[in-house]
Design a protein around this ligand. Sequence first.
Ligand code: HEM
Length: 310
Amino acid sequence: MLTGILLLLYYRPGANEAYESVQYIMTRVQFGWLIRSIHAWAANLMIFTAFVHMFSVLFLKAYRKPRELTWVTGMLLLFLVMGFGFSGYLLPWNTLAFFATKVGTEMAGQVPFVGKAMMIFLRGGPEVTGATLTRFFGFHVAVLPGLVTVLIAMHLFFVQRQGMSVPPKIEAEWIENPSARREMKFFPNFALREMMAWYVAMGVLGALAAFFPWNLSTKADPFVSAPAGIKPEWYFLFMFQTLKLIPSKVWFVDGEVLGILGCSMAGLLWMLLPFFESDKAGRSKAWITGLSVFALVYVVGMSVYGYLAQ
Ligand code: HEM
């Protein structure tokens, strides 16, 4: 957020200016290249951390009653931070981002009944043009920040009100032996520990941004053909690779449509997981842990496969 605000001081959203303004930031603005690099790395690390956080609360079963809505607001946050990544990716208006956005919005266009309207809404017209860039800029600096702020406030309000969950096994131990209960003052004890974690995170971010600066590559040209093997950003790869594995026709249904419907259904069911996870006695259903392991292996496995695949 902070580096984004700094970039806004120089960035100009428009098909004739965007690429040049990023080039100006990287070559003429003092530390411009570093601020841009930190922004891009921080964006990717934030999405990665949201996934790690999701799987950690999943395996700690921290979504169980009464934290169902914490999970639901969390899932909405995950979709929104991926939306941040998707909209931000186009803003430098370079070749890769242009064609990745074309592929991504085309997929949205495959959703039955509403797809076409959704694609035209995202693109600001039938094709990816300067209108798409301005629209994505609006999403990135106004719409998404507003939505994320509201959802984070709700998410943290639920955490504050419900307190931190305790994993089932430890909860059982504490009921059996209350003296085993371990607690810590937030200030200063936990806050100091958190401060150390922040230092490490900042160190990693600074090192990545300085040693692997984010490059700009060539300016987008809508009239050239797409480079071979165009792929979306890493956090969409597991879905992209899933769609590639589905044959073009499944019986009389278009394979891509089926794939997109399947991914959307899986996303929706995943968001509703806390509501069907436990039996009447409140015990977690045995297959939930198996499903959690399968989900983790699937997301990581298909992402690596997608990255390595030609
Ligand atoms: C931008 C994204 C997110 C932010 C900033 C965020 C922030 C937080 C924070 C600060 C906490 C309290 C500390 C902790 O338990 O770690 C928390 C708890 C929680 N979050 Fe998130 N979160 C995000 C995304 C998610 C996602 C994607 C999910 C799940 C799909 C999720 C589910 C939960 C749950 C269930 C808790 C309660 C944990 C407990 O009580 O032990 N969050 N979140």
